[in-house]
Design a protein around this ligand. Structure first.
Ligand SMILES: [Zn+2]
Length: 68
């Protein structure tokens, strides 16, 4: 797969959401980070920060991301 492939679902990526194919995949990737699927050794996100970020994402997504 090349650089124009969505890392989440392997579909062709869109410039608008690069490197993802859609806002849905971009959000999924971000969610993976925040929920600790991608663990960065030596770094911990405390619960308060996590919930703050999730709230921010939910707010932003309504305007920025297209789930269709
Ligand atoms: Zn995708």
């Amino acid at each position: 797969m090349g650089k124009d492939t969505c890392p989440i679902c392997k579909n062709k990526s869109m410039n608008k959401y690069a490197p993802f194919c859609s806002g849905r995949c971009a959000n999924k990737d971000l969610g993976n980070w925040l929920t600790g699927k991608y663990v960065i050794p030596g770094e911990k996100i405390n619960d308060e920060t996590l919930y703050d970020n999730l709230e921010l994402i939910n707010t932003n997504n309504k305007d920025k991301l297209d789930f269709s």
